[in-house]
Design a protein around this ligand. Sequence first.
Ligand code: EPU
Length: 420
Amino acid sequence: MDKIFIEGGRTLKGSIRISGAKNAALPLMAATILAPGQHVLHNVPDLRDTRTMLVLLESFGITWQRREKDNALLIDATNLDNIEASYDLVKTMRASVLVLGPLLARMGQARVSLPGGCAIGARPIDFHMQGLGRLGVELSLEQGYVEGKIDGRLQGSDVNFDIPSVTGTENILMAATLAEGVTTIKNAAREPEIGNLVDMLINMGARIEGKGTDRLVVHGVNELRSAEARVIPDRIETGTYLIAVGATGGELTLTDCDPTHLASLIDKLREVGLDIEEGVDHLWVARHGALKSVDIKTMPYPGFPTDLQAQIMALMSISQGLSVITETIFENRFMHVAELARMGADIRIDGKSSIVKGRSGLSGAQVMATDLRASASLVIAALAAEGETEISRVYHLDRGYDNLAGKLNNVGARIRRVKE
Ligand code: EPU
């Protein structure tokens, strides 16, 4: 397991290109299952999770290659001869569950391992299963696997989410494209990654209305064709670098990003005292003065993203005043608190909230990455801390950040990776 060592106290200055979004690439890759032929995906980030998804697709008989000249991912889903997503793959990436809807739609059957526990919460998939049940799928749980089958085509229906689920909405959306009749997804999640999937599905021949809203109407079609799509910029990667500048000072230009996807974070960071200028596809951020504490409450999009909660907590731990950070999406997403405390942060957990008392500085320490975004918060804290921080279990970072150490080193950070 690799470690990284970060020498703190260096300001960041320069420019970082934002990669394609992990959470958009994964559903787009799963959507290729829906139609035979060669699909072309642009801007797919090279991450542990996207590699896992490729292994999963391969296990179904799908082939793929990277086209060097424009770095496109070519996925040929003509051949599909297996319908099982094994425990070995699902346990390393919960988003593997995204293949359930497309497999059922194209093959009429699927066997997908039930994801186990997770560092940030229980994360059940009951909404996915109920929704697929509404489309006529017969589902059962056998030896840790969700087994689904349907005779003939899926049947369009109304699917109502109790609370909006991102991958749940994506699974039902993909399944419904090939259903007979109309499916209305109510209380759908509205994350931009879902809009990206809607665009790809429409390119494939699907008929979908309501993009970007909480009510998606899918008119099922008889068949879909292979298509071309571009993964949207990673708003969480973008947000992580914006917050990093808050912690270190200096200034950064972030290119190839979409500022409109980050309105809630940008508003908060301006309150904190950062200067941020927005372009159509770039952002400029600088910190000149002191940092002010703000309160944060995570919410489904367009609210403040849970995937940036840990990172902003690192920033609040060195801001002036008291910050109350409330996590409403996941029940156990405060694993970073104990690690930040090792660096000197003053944080008390009270139920769903963390109360952060800002301090003038943090100090480098040995800490452990517990999940993807928690790891990013430790990197941010380490960049700002005095002395060296050693972060172990950095494979979590590799799951979702494209070349994080390299990108930060290019703009003045000093991060060293050590293989173990
Ligand atoms: N939920 C249920 N039952 C379900 C599905 C969800 O109770 O069947 C609950 C969850 O436990 C949670 C809430 O509903 O309390 C919302 O979860 P959601 O289903 O939206 O999460 P997800 O689809 O599993 C995606 C992202 C996560 C991100 C969340 C919330 C992908 C591949 N993953 O997960 O990303 O935190 O939405 O925005 O899109 C990450 O990238 O680090 C990450 C964890």
